[in-house]
Design a binder for this molecule. Sequence first.
Ligand code: NDP
Length: 765
Amino acid sequence: MPTVPEALALMDYGPAPESPAIALDWLKDRAFGHFINGAFTKPGETFAVTNPASGAELAQVTQGTDDDVAEAVKSARAAAKGWAKLTGGQRARYLYALARLMQKRERLFAVLETLDNGKPIRESRDIDVPLAVRHFYHHAGWAELLADEFPGMRPHGVCGQIIPWNFPLLMLAWKVAPALAAGNTVVLKPAEFTPLTALLFAELCVEAGLPKGVVNIVTGDGRTGAALVAAEVDKIAFTGSTDVGRLIRRETAGSGKALTLELGGKSPFIVFAEADLDAAVEGVVDAIWFNQGEVCCAGSRILVQEQVAERFTARLKLRMAKLRLGDPLDKSTDIGAVVHPTQLERIRGLVDKAIAQGAILHQAPMPEGPGSFCPPGLLTDLGAANIAHTEEIFGPIVTLMTFRTPGEAVELANNTRYGLAASIWSENITTALDIAGQVKAGVVWINGTNMFDANAPFGGMRESGFGREGAREGMLAYLTGDEASGKERKAPEALSPLPGSATGDAVDRTRKLYIGGAQKRPDGGYSYAVPGAQVPMGSRKDIRNAVEAAHKASGWSKVTGHNRAQVLYFLAENIAARGKDLGPKDEVALAVERAFYWAAWADKYDGRVHSTASANITLALKEPFGVMGVICPEEAPLLGFVSTVLPAIAMGNRVVAVPSQSNPVPALDLYQVFDTSDLPGGVVNIVTGPRAELTDTLAKHDDVAALWVFAEPETCRLAETLSAGNLKPVWTEARQRDWSGPAGQSRSFLRRAVQVKTVWVPYGA
Ligand code: NDP
């Protein structure tokens, strides 16, 4: 025992272990089956769940089979009607009860989570469990307000939910609470490594008197997850790796199942010269050394401005050396155990590759076992193509690069296929907000990092997935009610290509494509005949050219809504002026009304300021995707085109549109209207031709950020399957819409034309 002066000189921490007894007692003599229809099933074939800090077995848990999943889905289906029929207020009571019961068992949940996952007790106790509780409280409120706030919407039905191992209880709360609030029932599959807190939660469902079958939990590995994806569910909500997300996108294509994906990230942590460097160093601790770096939105790429890089790096190394790695149950531990030896191996493998590619690793030596421990690490001297910069390591390893100008910072920040989060550190509010507007990320923290709240939308752009969790925006992912209800669409007749112009006239009257604000002949030089006209037979190459033109028209996404509205009003007037040249009188009249309608929205579909549980203004901004593809409906050639293309551009997107195949003439004739309406070239591009083939190219194109497909089922399925490449969100509608009625100007067109960027700005702190 050191004397007081010695202790003061050392300033070391004494051990402060939390007892595991409360969780071990709960685990003792428990045999875990699945939780189906309000009760635990008998255990089937089981596997061991271990404590990553020691390797010791904690429990045996059942491997879910296809039959188990089917049984759970059946139970959820049987419960769905009754649960949806309850009033929002009645459902809210159950959610409040669950929140309170979780609160009562906070300690048990925290200790169990730490034993199962390896995360420090400080984090499970102060972050995971309180946030999970907050999610249930918050969503109880949404249940209460559902009818008022989401009129005309209804639950999907049965939701299959698959969650990862990094925040087992919190991810459960993110998935289950909004689903139940909206009136869905659920089948949840926790991760193989960390199923225990979900099983404890199942007991709370019984205690809360939740109707049987509303929540079902099936444990198992990826095979169980795959069975759930294939099962008769109405929606899949997945959090996990981008590879599995891609697989699920393909598996669910054409099934009509709603899908939200929250996937990986490689989030930049940008430090400007004028930043409070000490705060930024502390920020790195929270960004990448929190939860052992096993965080999808971890700030895993530090970008620091050159003139402060040396100072910053020196301070960072000092701070890193002081982090305490060890027993996750010790309250003064900063970094606990990595979830599983396989994950530790994966981290080591990626770091070895990064070193082989020239990076320098700064890290304390790996401790000897038992347990899967990985000291915090910093990789420097690496190029932008180094694997540590491109691949999600999902461990406590951060990379560091420098930049000179803000422009270079943005370029480096966006030089990734992901788009989940970004942290920006600057004491200059102009710089910070300017950069926030330019980074491609679903969540941006200014002078902060890894802040979460049930009332802050969370989710990604690009290959980090689509859909939001939390807040009003997250509720929308669990509701439906805007789908078309008309006849199923049929494929248009196959086209017979004709070389060049085949009208036989001396003057070539073949219509042309409209690309980059100019009329273009199709690349292949072919056309096809429609009643009264020859129209171009567009091909892959034409789509690529159109995407390039749309890409170049990026100024449109930056102009104000007011400016866009003016152009659209002018466009509406010019459609009216062209009148019957464009199509039947009634359809033209409706198209004019529709154009005025979308013009009116251009500066009004704005974001929100969310009230979160910390001193921030949390902005939920609605940003355009960038370049969108729109496969317009075959029916209503003019009105369908105007109803789909105009909301997309009103929100600031640039569009590559494929009009009705059998009658694209009204859409092609609009080029003169566009030209006279001050619409910048490249904002709307029109490619006519074989829709399925053109959809194929748009769906695969990496530079197309979102796709709408109003087409027959097979083309819808094709679009969803092929979109898995860059994981663009795809809105497909295989049933006809009544374009002349309110369905033709549903609010969902606006909602699907934007992606939410959540920006956390310090305020009043
Ligand atoms: P996965 O994406 O494999 O796991 C996420 C969830 O999906 C788990 O419940 C998993 O089951 C399940 N699953 C696995 N395969 C399928 C499938 N074919 N169909 C349906 N569900 C499936 O992530 P891992 O756990 O394998 O981790 C690998 C890497 O993924 C990590 O190193 C990290 O880079 C990244 N990752 C990212 C996360 C994020 O939040 N962005 C979260 C977790 C991992 P089970 O675990 O039982 O096999």
